[in-house]
Design a protein around this ligand. Structure first.
Ligand SMILES: [Zn+2]
Length: 369
């Protein structure tokens, strides 16, 4: 190696470390918002033209990888798709998607810090930078600030395991799916008891339900009238903390002319999964975020005149955060010992149906283990 080559290499190593340090700064931004810490910068002729960090979770973007975003940004800034003068610095070996994009962008070089034996496409699982079947090849540089990048990733995952709160673990299998309805026993659909609907008129359109007036044909051939409340359905949450206390909200109920003591609940938005509704209502009303959600049961709130179904969930591994209530919602929040709450169902202090059902069904379920 001539002296010239040697000094050129040192210069390259110096600038590689300098740019990788910038990529690591990007990776730390990702860690700060709970994303897997991976960062990238794109450099053209010694100048940073784009930088980005992994934002897959926060943007709900399967392509939100750091180097993917950085390459797209660089192309827009440079006003061209062909980046044949660019080096991409990234803190973890690129995946096949990102290596594919590097190929499409005709980059000159990719330098990464740590190898990714599970998904890497520049040496680990594939050699997409050096495949003679493809019409472009690019150089790679490896191991630059590898220690720092690996430590950042390790610390992040260690911290995540330590918290064990997120992401939410959901143990339920929703029981009222179409498949389950189809499997309902024949007696539930018994033609001998069925009433045929002859006419139906919407006589009231409200904010949270509609009222329909039905004329039905009874099994003996005569006709009858039914008033039916049509409701989107609702979800409610029995939130239990580590002291075996449950979360109750005291809320004025105009229909009753008094305060009702209830578990948090809310109406399902059209098309919303009941479980998502339960998670949302709990967080909005009380600020409580649960690490674990378990489906409990579904019940028909008032089968005599309404099609409203209410889905019950149990929430545990709770963490208190800020509430975000609707403007017209006023509550008091209280934590009550589970057994005391059950007693309150017997002495009339708790009279709310969903709360009584949640406490008794959960009490039964946990007795059975
Ligand atoms: Zn990727």
């Amino acid at each position: 190696m001539s002296l010239n080559e040697s000094s050129k290499r040192d210069e390259n190593t110096d600038s590689d470390e300098r740019f990788m340090a910038l990529a690591l700064e990007e990776a730390r931004k990702a860690a700060a918002i709970g994303e897997v810490p991976i960062g990238a910068v794109v450099v053209s002729e010694g100048r940073v033209v784009a930088q980005a960090y992994n934002r897959r979770e926060i943007d709900h973007d399967p392509a939100g990888h750091a180097e993917h975003t950085a390459i797209l940004k660089a192309a827009r800034r440079l006003g061209r798709w062909r980046l044949s003068d660019c080096t991409v610095y990234v803190t973890l070996e690129p995946c096949p998607m990102c290596a594919g994009l590097m190929h499409q962008a005709r980059i000159k070089r990719c330098v990464f810090a740590a190898y990714d034996p599970k998904a890497g496409a520049l040496g680990s699982l594939y050699d997409l930078h050096d495949d003679e079947r493809l019409n472009h090849r690019f150089e790679i540089g490896t191991g630059v600030l590898q220690e720092e990048s690996s430590r950042l990733l390790k610390d992040f995952f260690k911290d995540l395991r330590g918290r064990e709160k997120k992401p939410v673990v959901c143990e339920d299998i929703h029981p009222v799916s179409r498949e389950e309805v189809a499997k309902r026993p024949a007696w539930m659909k018994a033609p001998a008891l069925a009433e045929g609907t002859l006419t139906s008129d919407v006589v009231y359109e409200g904010r949270i339900f509609n009222v329909e007036e039905l004329t039905v044909q009874l099994p003996d051939g005569k006709t009858g009238r039914r008033d039916v409340v049509r409701h989107q359905g609702a979800a409610a949450v029995l939130a239990i903390n580590e002291n075996d206390e449950i979360l109750l909200v005291n809320q004025w109920r105009s229909a009753l002319g008094r305060v009702e003591c209830e578990i948090p609940a809310g109406k399902i938005d059209p098309g919303e999964d009941p479980r998502d509704c339960a998670i949302r209502e709990l967080a909005e009303e009380t600020g409580v975020v649960a690490g674990r959600f378990e489906y409990l049961t579904t019940f028909d709130t008032s089968a005599g005149f309404s099609d409203e179904a209410l889905h019950l969930y149990v929430a545990r591994d709770l963490e208190q955060g800020p509430a975000n209530r609707d403007e017209d919602e006023f509550f008091e929040i209280q934590w009550i010992d589970f057994e005391k709450a059950l007693d309150s169902c017997l002495n009339g202090q708790i009279q709310d149906a969903k709360t009584i059902i949640a406490l008794s069904v959960w009490g039964h379920k946990r007795c059975r283990g």
